[in-house]
Write a protein that binds this ligand. Structure first.
Ligand SMILES: Nc1ncnc2c1ncn2[C@@H]1O[C@H](COP(=O)(O)OP(=O)(O)OP(=O)(O)O)[C@@H](O)[C@H]1O
Ligand SMILES: [Mg+2]
Length: 212
């Protein structure tokens, strides 16, 4: 069976800083993959390449069977991304944030989709409050809810639990486990070995970027 994500010999430098020096990885369908690394190790760089936001210098990467460089629009249709920094709009309520994304993605019945996701992520009670009033854990859950609009087969989560308290972290872990159990392939990054061990079927470690 073909892997959902396949990366071979990925290299990326920013001028003299060699961030990725030949990364190989494979992620099976419906599994959770954790990319572990400290600040500056290159986690976001890998996520950006796999989500077509940045082009590698060499090597190949396919996501859902599509090449990230040659078939970027097919890749984008296969994925959703929760970036390292929340995409939540503070002025809008939780529900309005999700409805907005559903409309942008031309999803039918945006209000129904929003209510379903708010329930799944435990945000129903806070649905009509402005996101500005949410706690860190609530914002993160809203951010994840927004990236679940449209039910993509592959989801990328860049440090989904950084800055969360232990309780909120466990809530996010449960959401991630449910996603994988329902067949979604999850690619996440983390700075915490414990988190990778708790969640992932497979772990890869990125070491710090080096100058030459
Ligand atoms: N656009 C850029 N131009 C120059 N250097 C960059 C650029 N983006 C990232 N870098 C550098 O590349 C290295 C890897 O960055 P990256 O954001 O991928 O790390 P990370 O593992 O996601 O770190 P963090 O845990 O802090 O999010 C860092 O040293 C960073 O400063
Ligand atoms: Mg990062």
């Amino acid at each position: 069976m073909q892997n959902t994500i396949q990366v071979i010999g990925l290299k990326k430098s920013y001028r003299d800083l060699h961030v990725l020096k030949g990364v190989d990885l494979e992620v099976a369908r419906g599994s959770i993959f954790a990319l572990l690394g400290s600040n500056g190790a290159g986690k976001t760089t890998v996520v950006k390449i796999l989500t077509t936001l940045l082009q590698q210098d060499s090597g190949t990467a396919t996501v859902n069977g599509f090449d990230v460089v040659l078939q970027p629009s097919q890749v984008r249709q296969s994925i959703s991304l929760t970036g390292q920094f929340a995409a939540v709009d503070d002025i809008l309520t939780g529900r309005e944030n999700i409805v907005m994304i559903a409309r942008l993605r031309h999803i039918k019945h945006p209000h129904q989709v929003a209510d379903d996701l708010l329930r799944r992520l435990g945000l129903t009670a806070a649905a009509n409050r402005r996101a500005a009033t949410y706690s860190g854990g609530m914002r993160r859950r809203l951010d994840i809810a927004m990236s679940l609009v449209g039910e993509s087969p592959v989801i990328f989560l860049d440090e989904p639990t950084t800055g969360l308290d232990p309780e909120a972290r466990i809530e996010v872990w449960n959401i991630i486990k449910e996603l994988a159990a329902s067949g979604t392939t999850v690619f996440l990054t983390t700075q915490y070995l414990e988190e990778a061990e708790q969640l992932a079927n497979q772990i890869a470690i990125l070491h710090e970027a080096g100058l030459s």
